[in-house]
Design a binder for this molecule. Structure first.
Ligand SMILES: *Cc1c(COP(=O)(O)O)cnc(C)c1O
Length: 431
């Protein structure tokens, strides 16, 4: 397999773009390779600029639940684009998408659209602080909530991959308001509430997808809810990844706990840049222009992006059994991986939530960030490059989640298991 053109393109990119990429997770740094430059996508496949084809389990890091170039989303985008790309004035498609989402959740009366997950979460935190009149927030080690200042503390995703849990440029004065707790460990949250009477909110990925895939335990989320209520803090579910991915209703659809504020992104944009945050009236009405808490965006609710989101959400709602079917395929893939790894004496922990899946080269079950960090990242890097070589595109880090799309057939899954089988055999011989 030649990646000559990608190598050349990367060299050129690095001259004018830091690290040659516009988001660090794309850089293939932790697996020691070169990022592939993509020419196009089609269905379940990605094509790089050398003409190589890959089955794509990254799907733009989650949004593309219908695969590349879905006809319904594509045509709604083209139709919207022909009417003008942006107006900076309200359009009815925003209300339509808002209605589609609000109707699905008892705990969301209103929703506001922004242009990224980062923006959604940053705004949700401001809203929680403004609403409660408190400054501190609790976040969990290994959870990623975008790259805004207060949230870049022990963050997952790219921040783990590069071993820079916090970042230069973020003043201590900001992060001193961010209290850290351990995922799935309620005692660590109780401690935060003992140490501070000024906690505005607890923010969590109810299905963590940025330290690898690690779901929160039901009982843990229930206790979180109780702790927040007892202490007058809001509970925020960051469902930027899990929303419309784990289930039509996200993690919320799978557990009994209801958060006060929910953030969305990724799938609700259908591949276009969209984020959103929603809550009940009492909270949302505090936002400007109705309330005093300021939040804004020149391109927020952009009509092209909203049209992609609307097409995507409507299609999800209209496809019966979509999540159980996606989950069946994800389980098939992970069961196949685990059994082939086992045959070669390679310990592999696997996890599936709807269309999300994850695997750790780890001897023990992973329930928090510390456990995840004990994974064999060297083994992952080797596996990753072998899979790329054989035409399978996984996220280039042990600490990311994989995604199944509706256009992946059982035959494709079988094919990938077969390729993994060969990779595990080679790993056994080499390690
Ligand atoms: C991807 C992600 C974000 C950030 O979204 P961007 O669109 O990359 O800014 C925030 N929270 C979670 C849980 C995510 O997975």
């Amino acid at each position: 397999m030649s990646i000559k053109n990608s190598l050349e393109a990367f060299k050129e990119a690095k001259k004018v773009i830091p690290g040659g990429v516009d988001s660090p997770v794309r850089a293939f740094k932790s697996v020691g390779g070169t990022p592939l430059f993509i020419q196009r996508g089609e269905g379940a496949y990605l094509y790089d600029i050398d003409g190589n084809r890959y089955i794509d389990f990254v799907q733009s890091w989650g949004p593309l639940i219908f695969g590349h170039c879905d006809k319904d989303i594509e045509s709604s985008v083209i139709k919207a684009a022909k009417k003008g790309l942006s107006f900076g004035a309200p359009t009815t498609v925003e209300t339509k998408l808002a209605n589609e989402i609000v109707q699905m959740f008892d705990n969301i009366d209103k929703i506001r659209f922004v242009s990224s997950g980062t923006e959604a979460v940053m705004s949700a935190i401001r809203l929680a602080r403004g609403y409660t009149n408190k400054d501190d927030i609790v976040k969990f080690e290994g959870c990623y909530h975008g790259h805004s200042d207060s949230l870049l503390v022990q963050a997952g995703s790219g921040a783990v991959t590069f071993g820079t849990p916090s970042s230069p440029g973020v003043p201590n004065d900001f992060t001193k308001h961010t209290l850290l707790a351990k995922y799935n460990d309620i005692k660590s949250v109780e401690k935060c509430f003992e140490n501070s009477k000024d906690i505005a909110c607890v923010i969590i990925e109810p299905i963590a997808g940025n330290m690898g895939l690690v779901p929160a335990h039901r009982e843990f989320l229930k206790k979180l809810r109780e702790l927040c209520d007892k202490n007058g803090a809001l509970l925020i579910f960051d469902e930027v990844m899990s929303g419309f991915r784990a289930d039509l209703k996200g993690a919320q659809g799978l557990v009994d706990t209801k958060p006060d504020i929910v953030t969305f992104g990724k799938v609700i944009g259908g591949g276009m840049p969209v984020g959103a945050f929603g809550a009940r009236d009492e909270i949302m009405d505090k936002l400007s222009p109705d309330g005093p808490i300021y939040q804004a965006g020149t391109l927020s609710g952009n009509p092209v992006a909203m049209s992609a989101g609307l097409a995507s959400i409507q299609k999800l709602k209209n496809t019966p059994n979509i999540y159980s079917e996606l989950e069946r395929k994800a389980k098939k893939l992970m069961d196949g991986f685990r059994s082939e790894a086992e045959k070669n004496g390679i310990p592999l922990q696997t996890c599936v939530k709807g269309s999300m899946f994850g695997f750790f080269f780890n001897e023990n079950p992973v329930k928090n960030f510390d456990d995840a960090l004990k994974s064999d990242t060297k083994m992952f890097a080797l596996f990753h490059s072998k899979m790329i070589e054989s035409g399978v595109y996984f996220a280039c880090s042990q600490f990311e989640t994989g995604f199944i799309s509706t256009v992946m057939s059982d035959k494709m899954i079988d094919e990938v298991i077969l390729k993994a089988k060969i990779a595990f055999k080679e790993l056994k011989a080499e390690c």
